[in-house]
Design a protein around this ligand. Structure first.
Ligand code: 5GP
Ligand code: ZN
Length: 113
């Protein structure tokens, strides 16, 4: 198993986990791009959104709702946050296991770089 995020999901690689259940794991990014930078991943290895299908619809929705729940639990929901997933080279994806970046704690720029 060479996928870093699969190894984080199974505990083979250490990470600072902030939430987990039977479907998803959320952990702090090693190289944070904002005061709060959390990654939400499905336990199932899916490469990215392009590799997802209708069978994954509930799982994808769960990832988004977990992000919203973490934002409320950590107290930044009211101030706002950004939830983003990068897909492929043009999207800036560097780890080929579907993940959502939850960014908060500073004012985000638009358009993104
Ligand atoms: P991407 O560039 O694919 O959208 O995002 C991958 C993210 O994973 C990056 O923000 C990077 O800092 C983070 N990352 C890569 N390897 C590790 C790791 O081993 N542990 C943690 N916690 N984050 C990682
Ligand atoms: Zn994986």
């Amino acid at each position: 198993m060479s996928c870093i995020f699969c190894q984080i999901a199974t505990g083979k690689i250490d990470s600072e986990i902030v939430y987990q259940d039977e479907q998803v794991v959320a952990f702090r990014d090693l190289n944070p791009q904002a005061p709060v930078h959390i990654l939400i991943i499905p336990r199932e290895h899916i490469t990215n959104l392009d590799g997802a299908s209708a069978a994954n619809a509930a799982l994808l929705g769960h990832c988004a709702l977990v992000a919203a729940e973490i934002a409320r639990a950590e107290g930044f929901a009211e101030g706002g946050y950004r939830l983003v997933t990068n897909v492929g080279p043009d999207g800036g994806q560097s780890v080929d296991h579907l993940h959502f970046h939850l960014l908060a704690g500073r004012r985000m720029h638009w358009p993104p770089g």
